[in-house]
Design a protein around this ligand. Sequence first.
Ligand code: ZN
Length: 169
Amino acid sequence: MSRREFLRGVVGALVASATSMGRSRAEGGAGERFEIVKSDDEWRRALSAGQYAVLREGDTERARSSPLDEERRPGVYRCAGCDLPVFSSQTKFDSGTGWPSFWVAIDGAVRTRQEGIRFFIPATEVHCRRCGSHLGHVFGDGPAPTHLRYCINGIALRFEPRPTPSAGG
Ligand SMILES: [Zn+2]
């Protein structure tokens, strides 16, 4: 192999890897398929303006703006877009950030995608497995046993308290 052929090979490999990186990033969201698919109009009708901004446009609610940040009752947190149970009160913890925080999601309920750098920290976006709605982000500074911190917008969740056992039951 001549030096020129070698260089051409190296440049080719670099271009190929740069291209595939760009492609995978661009297709990270668009290429994913979801069970529940709605038109933009349908989403706007189904959600409040605040919910739409977070769930469908990836917005982040103001810290401490959701009553679910302080929610302590046992129960299940459902995706506000499609009602899929996504988090349990059993894995909720007080992160002090002002957003509902969990150390794990309900098995198979959410998916993640790399989003680049957010506030100087590599951010991983979290969305609902069933309808693709944006829920929040996950960071690697949570408590044991997972050491993950799912930082979730309260407005993206619907809390369903566990029914209290009836007396004598
Ligand atoms: Zn959903």
